[in-house]
Design a protein around this ligand. Structure first.
Ligand SMILES: [Zn+2]
Length: 211
């Protein structure tokens, strides 16, 4: 699944992918840390020698600080996904920004913010940037959380849309687990076979952040 270009144009200042022809992609995992799932993801990534960035929910960091600590120990990058995972159209502006601040209390200093449910209004982006956070959406959405999809369909969502510079979204959540446990190893294998490397978001040169 790929967001349409017109949507990207509405959101200047948001990172969707890296503008590059090199075969490098950015794996991202939302909604953790979750016991069982997140450690399994770490293991799969380590086996494949893959790097990834985790957008953590503050409330989960509060509940599972050990799992969060493991992400950092193992050299993965973390960003914030807010505290309570409420969509922006429900929280309103004030609630949205309070949730971001609360999430930051748990994840510490990070450079990246992924909006809960991917919901953000274009006029909020510059305000988030004032907090020294780069808003990251995506180029490829696996839809691993969708229980009506099979693991093969989730894998295909990724493999039929991936291109150099793609930011790819998975979820280290219980909801995604039935799809993730099949799709992630398949995607990692495909990336390796097809000569792609996986990188941390920090490796993206500021000047090359583009649609
Ligand atoms: Zn989420």
């Amino acid at each position: 699944m790929k967001p349409p270009l017109w949507l990207r144009w509405l959101f200047p200042g948001v990172l969707w992918r890296q503008n590059t022809e090199e075969k490098r992609v950015f794996l991202t995992f939302d909604d953790g840390p979750v016991p069982g799932v997140t450690p399994w993801v770490i293991e799969q990534l380590n086996i494949a020698d893959a790097k990834a960035t985790f957008f953590c929910i503050g409330d989960n960091i509060r509940k599972y600080p050990g799992v969060f600590g493991k992400l950092r120990q193992e050299g993965f990058e973390t960003g914030t996904h807010g505290y309570a995972h409420q969509p922006g159209h429900k929280t309103g502006r004030k609630g949205y920004f309070e949730d971001i601040d609360r999430g930051l209390e748990y994840c510490g200093k990070v450079n990246w913010f992924r909006p809960p449910h991917g919901i953000i209004f274009p006029w909020w982006v510059s305000e988030i940037r004032k907090k020294k956070l780069q808003v990251v959406l995506w180029d490829v959405l696996s839809c691993d959380y969708d229980r009506t999809l099979s693991p093969a369909e989730v894998t295909d969502n990724v493999l039929s849309n991936v291109r150099p510079g793609s930011v790819i979204v998975f979820h280290d959540s219980l909801k995604a687990w039935p799809n993730l446990k099949i799709a992630l190893p398949a995607v990692l294998q495909w990336l390796k076979t097809n000569g792609y490397t996986t990188e941390l978001l920090t490796t993206i040169n500021q000047n090359k952040r583009k649609l």
